[in-house]
Design a protein around this ligand. Structure first.
Ligand code: ARG
Length: 462
């Protein structure tokens, strides 16, 4: 059965309870293709250092190819007795090449520098995958904005009606957040493109191996670790990845919450496509926004993965400690969760029906044009302090009469303030209110069109 990499100085084999505790092969097996890629690169530097003959290198690489094929088709898998993926693959190589040659590969490397390198490789691939999935979501949101360029909706602060905004403007706010998340992934990747291979257990190798060659071989554009202790002991790359994925989860949860609210009978702003909603086992009429709810729920899990990992790292002395074996599951889980969530979430938004008339009807409600009255007065020389008071008086009158601001008569306006001439009506429309906010970043249709164009260009560059 299993192989052990460290029998020499022990009089007894490990207790079964220890083996069960120690095993990570059931979750680190996903690193197998990266481990084999690392082994190929390591074999090449062993050759360059004169520790393998050309013939040995060739047989070694052929053996690794066979092992990779057997791993890929499931013919070879690790067992719990192998402890971890590195041990299992060494067993696989020994089985294929015999102990004479197979036993040479481990020279000058440790599972400590191996696992630190493979974990980076795995996460770098998944950062790219997640970047693509985020781009798909951005595309769906941009299409949603593009399809409804003039729909007004109630903009909210404190979840109360605040000022009218364009639906497209609101949707593009989420696109902005996602584009920063995508940028975070790219910046994280650039920082993580440093290979710890060659750091050995912690102190480097005495065998004349070239860590820079391994780094190049494995696609690490930033070269090899400048410090072997840091190379094997640091996991801030994993914590930062967990943060970025948690942030993505939080950004999705904020969209999700709005979809859930918009989809209620009371709001009736949107309708979810049947293919992206679920029913109830007892209530025949139900159509539930489960995807949005799962997004909201999973964001908690992603935050937990981040905080759990940070707690593992806190106060760990240098260099490698076995505690670090706890680093992988939370981060793998963050990848897994987002990789199933994002396609469903994107599908939900790509198929959303938007009820523009309903949104537009509510856009001016709740006195959301009161700021426009105040700003109209300011343009006529009234100090904002007074203008705010006067507009507030208008709201008070409306509230007591149960009407909206545009229903006030000329006489009522004049009674509130002589500054309120009938001309004020020009800003008491949603159209006028929106169009007036035409500076960069504002909600005027012209400004939002500019923003939409920039968002499309940004996505094309991503
Ligand atoms: N499975 C271990 C981990 O994930 C690999 C490194 C083990 N190193 C050691 N010296 N026991 O961290």
């Amino acid at each position: 059965d299993g192989l052990r990499l460290w029998g020499g100085r022990f009089a007894h084999g490990p207790a079964e309870a220890l083996e069960r505790l120690s095993a990570s092969v059931h979750f680190d097996w996903r690193l197998a293709p990266y481990d084999i890629a690392g082994s190929r690169a390591h074999a090449r530097v062993l050759r360059r250092a004169g520790l393998l003959t050309e013939e040995e290198l060739e047989r070694m690489l052929a053996g690794l190819d066979r092992l990779a094929a057997d791993v890929a088709d499931g013919t070879f898998t690790g067992t719990l007795a192998d402890e971890d993926v590195h041990t299992a693959l060494e067993r696989g190589l020994l089985e294929r090449l015999g102990p004479e040659l197979g036993g040479k590969l481990r020279a000058g490397r440790s599972r400590n520098d191996q696992v630190a390198t493979l974990f980076r490789m795995y996460l770098r691939d998944h950062a790219r995958l997640l970047g693509g999935l985020i781009a798909d979501l951005q595309e769906a949101l941009i299409a949603l904005a593009d399809a409804h360029p003039d729909v007004a909706m109630p903009g909210r602060t404190h979840f109360q009606h605040a000022q009218p905004v364009l639906f497209a403007h609101h949707v593009l706010a989420h696109v902005q957040a996602l584009s920063r998340d995508a940028e975070r992934l790219r910046q994280w990747d650039a920082r993580t493109a440093v290979s710890p291979y060659g750091s050995g257990a912690l102190a480097g190798s005495s065998l004349g191996l070239d860590p820079e060659a391994v780094a190049r071989d494995l696609g690490f554009g930033g070269g090899s670790a400048a410090n072997s202790i840091d190379g094997t002991a640091s996991r801030d790359f994993a914590a930062e990845f967990a943060f970025v994925t948690a942030m993505i989860g939080v950004d999705l949860s904020r969209i999700a919450e709005e979809v859930i609210v918009w989809n209620t009978k009371e709001f009736s702003f949107v309708t979810l496509h049947d293919a992206f909603s679920t029913g109830s086992s007892i209530m025949p009429q139900k159509k539930n926004p489960d995807i949005a709810e799962l997004a909201r729920g999973k964001s908690g899990r992603l935050i937990g993965n981040l905080t759990g990992l940070l707690a593992t790292l806190k106060a760990l002395p240098l260099a490698y400690n076995r505690d670090l074996q706890e680093d992988k599951e939370p981060v793998f889980d963050s990848c897994d969760q987002l990789e199933v969530l994002l396609p469903a979430f994107t599908g939900m938004l790509a198929t959303l029906t938007v009820h523009g008339e309903r949104m537009a009807e509510l856009a001016p409600a709740g006195f959301s044009l009161a700021t426009d009255i105040a700003e109209w007065l300011v343009k006529r020389g009234v100090p904002f302090r007074d203008a705010h008071e006067i507009a507030g008086e208008c709201v008070k009158v409306c509230e007591s009469e149960g009407i909206e601001l545009d229903r006030l008569t000329d006489e009522q306006f004049a009674k509130i303030s002589p500054h309120l001439t009938p001309g004020v009506r020009e800003v008491l429309t949603v159209r006028g209110s929106l169009a007036a906010r035409d500076a960069r970043g504002g909600t005027a249709p012209a400004a939002v069109a500019v923003q939409l164009g920039e968002a499309k260009a940004d996505l094309a560059r991503q």
